[in-house]
Design a protein around this ligand. Structure first.
Ligand SMILES: Nc1ncnc2c1ncn2[C@@H]1O[C@H](COP(=O)(O)OP(=O)(O)OP(=O)(O)O)[C@@H](O)[C@H]1O
Ligand SMILES: [Mg+2]
Length: 242
């Protein structure tokens, strides 16, 4: 499988603080890759560099065979790099319907937008019933679904999810992950940032662990799930991980 995205030796700074140093990640087309690590490790910064929201101070980002360093974030969205931000960030005062249309903001292919709208509504029937409801009045799980649906309206090729399970009950987390599986089965390539390590290793084929801005471990997800060090550090000991 060829790589859809390859970041090589990325560094990023906020002022004098170095948030990433020498991060390299490959995402084969059609795969789900997980990016794990504790609070402040640099996961969101990595996604923001890939999206073009934060500049990298060193290294390069290659997407679909070309270097995209220097490309603005809207250009990257047009090329199919779409991020669902941490904390969802739906447009709270807008309806579900308006939020979905905002997702297609950069597109001009009206027929394609209509098709995607229908497809998103079949993925997420709960949203279809709530198209005229203000986003602020949706439950947390529904807002996460809306944030994912809005991203799909941009017709992504690489979808980056930043902690989709955050703050949701176990049942809602299962529902969200079922949608992620469905999107993957339909051909999307996914980069998944998660603090729920067990779930993330269960759904991904390969995973990277970031600590203090550096990749400290990477490997096939199944192998990482069996690694005693990973279990001790990220899976809350052996009891919970089984
Ligand atoms: N806008 C910013 N200005 C200054 N420092 C920042 C900024 N954004 C992030 N940082 C710092 O960069 C480091 C990495 O942050 P980042 O948000 O990428 O971590 P994260 O792995 O996503 O953490 P979390 O799991 O809590 O979301 C942290 O030390 C953070 O304080
Ligand atoms: Mg984060």
């Amino acid at each position: 499988m060829s790589d859809l995205l390859e970041i090589g030796n990325i560094s990023a700074h906020y002022g004098r603080i170095q948030a990433l140093s020498g991060v390299s990640i490959r995402i084969p087309e059609g795969s789900i890759v997980a990016l794990l690590g504790s609070n402040g490790a640099g996961k969101t910064t990595t996604l923001n560099v890939i999206s073009g929201i934060e500049p990298n101070s060193a290294g390069s980002v290659r997407y679909a065979g070309s270097a995209i360093d220097g490309m603005a974030s809207d250009g990257r969205v047009r090329q199919g790099i779409v991020q669902v931000p941490e904390g969802r960030e739906v447009f709270r005062e807008m309806t579900v319907d308006e939020n979905l249309k905002m997702g297609a903001f950069l597109r001009r292919d009206k027929a394609g937008i209509r098709d995607d709208f229908d497809r998103v509504c079949t993925y997420l029937p709960r949203l279809k019933e709530r198209l005229q409801q203000k986003a602020a009045t949706l439950s947390g799980g529904e807002q996460q679904m809306l944030a994912m649906a809005r991203a799909l309206m941009a017709r992504p090729r690489l979808l980056m999810l930043d902690e989709p399970s955050m703050g949701l009950s176990p049942i809602l987390v299962q529902q969200i992950f079922a949608v992620v599986r469905q999107m993957h089965a339909d051909g999307l390539t996914i980069l998944l940032v998660e603090q729920n390590v067990k779930l993330a290793l269960g759904i991904s084929s390969y995973a990277y662990i970031l600590e203090n801005g550096e990749i400290v471990l990477e490997g096939a997800s199944g192998q990482l799930a069996d690694d005693p060090n990973v279990r001790r550090a990220y899976l809350g000991g052996l009891a919970e991980a089984t």
